[in-house]
Design a protein. Structure first.
Length: 270
């Protein structure tokens, strides 16, 4: 389409390539649909294979968990299952209530059979980076109370090594008064800390617990267990978004509609 404006002898024209714009928009929408379909597929398979009657279930946070709670509600309603749900965040709590599932907390249900949660990235050893949504403290507490942690994610979160896909660093929950000395310590550890700033308000992101979130950038593979221990022992760091030896199985919805399942090796003969 060509738009022309003539004024005082001058002709201004601009050419719009509408087919190209439409194709780009359609491609973006298709990619978004692929991702959402992948999340849905991973959540469905995880719920079907891990939730059972009488299950005490930890419900994680994030966009993929929305699908998990949807499928959980259908499973409960269709089969008459009794499932007790413990949320990791305000978002998870609201999802449980909206779907009229049985809500509990760790005071009443301190031992969980299964915890289903998402991840920002998962490597080949099932080491996770979590906390993109700022809920890593509650998520790790709930995961530690579970006998089995099940990860659900789309194909973008599946990596050979941490950092292959996720480029925003390791989220850390930090006491506000300590964030400057903590960031200096992280630099000494060879990391690149950045205080996470809010998008809809002035100032830093504040967690559900009233703490700041610092994202610690890194380069290359690490001994994740040793790094997690070092960061956890740093005064002012409340919790890290590194989950080492928590997940037992991960379900990844793939671009072709299939679900890839990665399981933690089980040692036998000991």
């Amino acid at each position: 389409a060509v738009v022309s404006t003539q004024s005082t002898g001058l002709v201004l024209s601009r050419t719009f390539h509408l087919p190209l714009i439409l194709r780009a928009t359609a491609s973006t929408a298709m990619s978004a649909n692929l991702v959402e379909d992948a999340k849905d597929a991973a959540a469905f398979k995880a719920v079907q294979e891990n939730v059972y009657d009488g299950c005490r279930l930890g419900v994680g946070s994030g966009s993929t968990v929305v699908y998990a709670v949807k499928h959980l509600a259908k499973l409960v309603n269709d089969n008459g299952f009794k499932v007790t749900c413990v949320p990791t965040s305000f978002q998870a709590r609201q999802l449980i209530l909206e779907h009229k599932l049985t809500l509990s907390d760790l005071s009443e249900t301190p031992v969980l059979d299964v915890v289903i949660d998402g991840a920002d990235e998962c490597d080949a050893e099932l080491t996770l980076i979590k906390g993109g949504g700022g809920c890593q403290l509650q998520e790790k507490i709930v995961a530690a109370c579970g006998k089995k942690m099940v990860v659900i994610a789309d194909f973008r979160k599946k990596s050979v090594q941490l950092g292959d896909q996720w480029k925003k660093g390791i989220p850390l929950e930090v006491v506000p008064m300590a964030h400057v000395p903590v960031m200096k310590k992280l630099e000494e550890y060879g990391l690149r800390p950045v205080l996470r700033l809010a998008k809809s308000k002035a100032g830093p992101v504040v967690s559900d617990n009233g703490n700041f979130i610092v994202d610690a950038g890194f380069t290359g593979p690490h001994n994740w267990d040793a790094l997690e221990t070092k960061m956890s022992r740093t005064p002012g760091i409340v919790e890290t978004g590194l989950f080492v030896n928590y997940a037992k199985v991960a379900y990844f919805g793939m671009e072709d509609g299939s679900v890839s399942v990665l399981r933690k090796p089980t040692l036998t003969g000991f």
